[in-house]
Write a protein that binds this ligand. Structure first.
Ligand SMILES: CSC[C@@H](O)[C@@H](O)C(=O)COP(=O)(O)O
Ligand SMILES: [Zn+2]
Length: 209
């Protein structure tokens, strides 16, 4: 009998956390129409991730599966179409323990209406919700990558940008959404909530002119 390459207890806890996270993010309006994907690292070589095409407002523990860090399924299930954007982060940074991806109104309008390849958040107290930031007197630059259906190609572009020192807490994909990552899900959720709130504020401020 072959042994699972991860702890079943760790998987069950991750599946519970991911399902609850989906409910919260759906209620915020940041994960509509089956969009978004979420993951938690299980160990050095595996992550629990949402299966593809699931309604995040109704997400269940059975909608979570395991992939290796090459993005290959371990066991049954069809992993998120964007799995490689998660595994790129887990492979690159040993300290990353959770990844969240959302499709909010604000990230979509900001990246579709303004053609810039980055978006800057500066001077906001809420930036202190991001890992490692201790003052409002700071600037966070989020790279904006053009969207594609070739996720392997996009994950290579993200990796190259990180080689150049870009993308410390999060990045945006044009007309698509936000990816953010942190050491654990509580930190990652806090960071996501801060970023989505600040991006909605940024959109309002630009509308006001
Ligand atoms: C339903 S449109 C959104 C998808 O194309 C995709 O961007 C997404 O976030 C969800 O894909 P999934 O394969 O369910 O993880
Ligand atoms: Zn997406």
């Amino acid at each position: 009998m072959s042994q699972r390459p991860y702890s079943i207890a760790a998987f069950r806890e991750a599946a519970r956390t991911l399902a609850a996270t989906g409910h919260r993010l759906y209620q915020q309006g940041w994960s509509p129409a089956t969009s978004s994907n979420y993951s938690i690292r299980l160990n050095a070589g595996h992550a629990a991730i949402t299966c593809s095409g699931k309604d995040k407002g109704l997400l269940e523990e059975t909608d979570i599966m395991v992939v290796d860090l090459q993005g290959q399924p371990v066991g049954d299930g069809k992993p998120s179409a964007e799995t490689l954007l998660h595994t790129q982060l887990y492979r690159r940074y040993d300290e990353v323990g959770a990844v969240l991806h959302t499709h909010s109104h604000a990230t979509t309008v900001l990246t579709m209406h303004w053609p810039a390849d980055h978006l800057t958040l500066e001077g906001y107290e809420l930036l202190k919700a991001l890992e490692g930031i201790t003052t409002h007197d700071t600037r966070v630059t989020l790279p904006v990558f053009d969207n594609t259906q070739d996720i392997a190609e996009l994950s290579a572009r993200v990796d190259q940008a990180m080689d150049q020192g870009l993308a410390h807490h999060a990045y945006l994909i044009r007309g698509h959404g936000l990816y953010t990552w942190a050491a654990d899900m509580a930190t990652c959720y806090r960071q996501l909530e801060a970023l989505e709130t600040l991006l909605a504020i940024e959109l309002d401020r630009r509308r006001l002119g």
